[in-house]
Design a protein around this ligand. Structure first.
Ligand SMILES: [Zn+2]
Length: 162
């Protein structure tokens, strides 16, 4: 189960209401919201279609980033292009073979490898899976809430976000 607030993979999530929307979160994030059951009239969890859940989750992930400064978010690494190129070459594929293998245009991948194009979530996942690499890292997205590890914040964290 993925926590919809911090993105952590936990054995079990809890449904809570945050800012009027239902989120499935890990126990650590549950304190940010009200218990879902107590604030709904019926008590039984509403069953949504998988597609709806996915759309919701995507929307929420963006929202929760703004609302909860200080939570950890996942960002693309600085030299994602270099990492892709290195991993691809290690597998002995040229640009053409690699882009064909993941059904993308060669030009797109060339731009991504040159750090000239930021791949979207779907493409990141596809490349990570094909090359067996990690292109994202967890970063603290704010300094106002919590604290502790905020000393590691650099200006680069902010610039890279946009
Ligand atoms: Zn969480």
């Amino acid at each position: 189960m993925i926590c919809e607030m911090c993105g952590k993979d936990v054995p079990q999530t809890r449904a809570v209401i945050v800012e009027g929307t239902k989120l499935n979160v890990c126990p650590g994030c549950a304190r940010f919201g009200e218990d879902y059951r107590s604030s709904s009239s019926g008590g039984a969890p509403v069953s949504q279609s998988v597609i709806e859940q996915r759309l919701d989750r995507r929307e929420r992930r963006m929202k929760s980033k703004d609302i909860y400064a200080g939570t950890t978010s996942v960002e693309l690494i600085d030299d994602y292009g270099g990492a892709i190129r290195k991993a691809r070459e290690a597998k002995g594929m040229d640009l053409e073979q690699f882009s064909a293998s993941i059904l993308e245009k060669k030009g797109i991948i060339a731009k991504v490898e040159a750090n000239n194009l930021v791949p979207d979530d779907k493409l990141i996942k596809k490349i990570e899976k094909a090359l067996d690499i990690k292109l994202t890292e967890a970063v603290q997205s704010g300094t106002t809430v919590g604290g502790g590890s905020s000393g590691k914040m650099t200006l680069g964290n902010f610039i890279r976000k946009e």
